[in-house]
Design a protein around this ligand. Structure first.
Ligand code: CO
Length: 183
C-alpha cells in the first residue's frame, strides 16, 4: 500500500521535476498504484479494513515521496451517472485561467494534511490544462470549471510545493471575494 507523506515533510514543499516522455514502465506503475489507492480509498469496505486510509479524489506524486510532475484524479462524474472523472496526468500545465474565482464552501481537504484548516481557498473558476494522460495514452487538453477546476488546481499545486491552506487568508479565513462562485 502507498504511504502518504504528511505536510511537515520538506519534500512536499519542493518543486517537482518534469517527467521524461515516453513514460517509463516505472512511472506508469507508480501512476497505476496511485489511481488504485484513490479507488480503494472510495470503497467503504476497504477503509473499514484499513482505518488509516482516508477517502480522496486526487493524489500527486510528491505525496507518495516522488518529486515528479505526475498526478491522478478519480471521482464520480456528477453530470453523467455511472461515469468517472479519471486522469493520470503527466507534466500538466495550466494554459488558461479565468479571472473569475470560485471556492469550496466546505473548505478543501488533502490526504497530506491531518489538521483542520478552516477557510476559503480561492481558485480560478475556469481553467484549461494541457498534459499527457497516461490513462488515455495521449496528449489531452482539459477544459474544467467549478469543482473539476478546483481539484486540478489543488493537485497541480502539489507539483509546485503548494498546499491548499497557503491560499487561505490567515487574518480573515472566510473573507468573501466579490463575484466568486461558491461550489
Ligand atoms: Co492535496
Amino acid at each position: 500500500m502507498l504511504k502518504i507523506i504528511k505536510d511537515k515533510v520538506p519534500s512536499l514543499r519542493s518543486v517537482s521535476k518534469e517527467v521524461t516522455l515516453p513514460l517509463s514502465d516505472r512511472d506508469q506503475q507508480l501512476l497505476d498504484k496511485m489511481l488504485e489507492h484513490l479507488k480503494n480509498s472510495q470503497d467503504p469496505s476497504f477503509r473499514e479494513k484499513h482505518p488509516t486510509v482516508r477517502e480522496g479524489v486526487g493524489l500527486a506524486a510528491p505525496q507518495v515521496g516522488v518529486n515528479k510532475r505526475m498526478l491522478v484524479i478519480h471521482y464520480p462524474n456528477y453530470e453523467k451517472e455511472g461515469e468517472y472523472v479519471s486522469y493520470q496526468l503527466v507534466n500538466p500545465q495550466i494554459t488558461v485561467s479565468s479571472l473569475k474565482k470560485c471556492y469550496l464552501k466546505a473548505g478543501e481537504g488533502c490526504l497530506s494534511v491531518d489538521q483542520e484548516h478552516p477557510g476559503y481557498a480561492y481558485r480560478a473558476y475556469r481553467i484549461t490544462v494541457k498534459a499527457y494522460d497516461a490513462l488515455k495514452k495521449e496528449d489531452v487538453e482539459i477544459k474544467a470549471k467549478g469543482f473539476d477546476a478546483i481539484v486540478l488546481q489543488h493537485e497541480i499545486d502539489h507539483l509546485n510545493g503548494i498546499l491548499f491552506y497557503d491560499h487561505i487568508d490567515k487574518n480573515n479565513p472566510f473573507r468573501q471575494e466579490n463575484g466568486a462562485i461558491e461550489v
